[in-house]
Design a protein around this ligand. Sequence first.
Ligand code: S3P
Length: 170
Amino acid sequence: MTKNNNLIVLIGMMGTGKSTVGSLLADELGYRLVDLDAMIVAEAGCSIPEMFELKGEAYFRDLETVVLNTVLQERNVVLATGGGAVLRQENCGLMKDNSWVVALSATADEILSRVGEDANRPLLAGGARERITTLLEERKHAYSFAHVTIDTSGKSAEQVSAEILMHYRG
Ligand code: S3P
């Protein structure tokens, strides 16, 4: 594990609070918050649903790996990744070697109440509850390579951020 790079990467399913918690964490540490999805959208010049529809998920995943590689060279950064950034082993190895990786988890009910029927998340199209249950099952081991895992269910973003800081500084 490396905390020396001053680079914290948040991983976890959609709706586990990566962006909200990341923002609090970055403020507290005086780091910059980087949102991987936002960088991909800027690079591609179109929204995530458009990308999935017009170019396919593989195009999005390729861009995700390229942008991740770039951000992992940075310092004094909290990086909020998209829920599927862990689907490639290559990405996991890079995150693990270059940053301190925190996995956020939550129950299906909690995720559903946070994301609802979100039109900006193509992988939830066709019924968010079923899709969340399926993805949680498919990805049940995908986040376990993290240096620390924090269950966010029933906790505020402030609580989660404080918990992460305790581990980071401890
Ligand atoms: C995805 C999660 C999304 C986004 C894309 C794919 C996934 O990010 O990257 O829609 O595969 O879980 P969030 O986790 O920020 O919703």
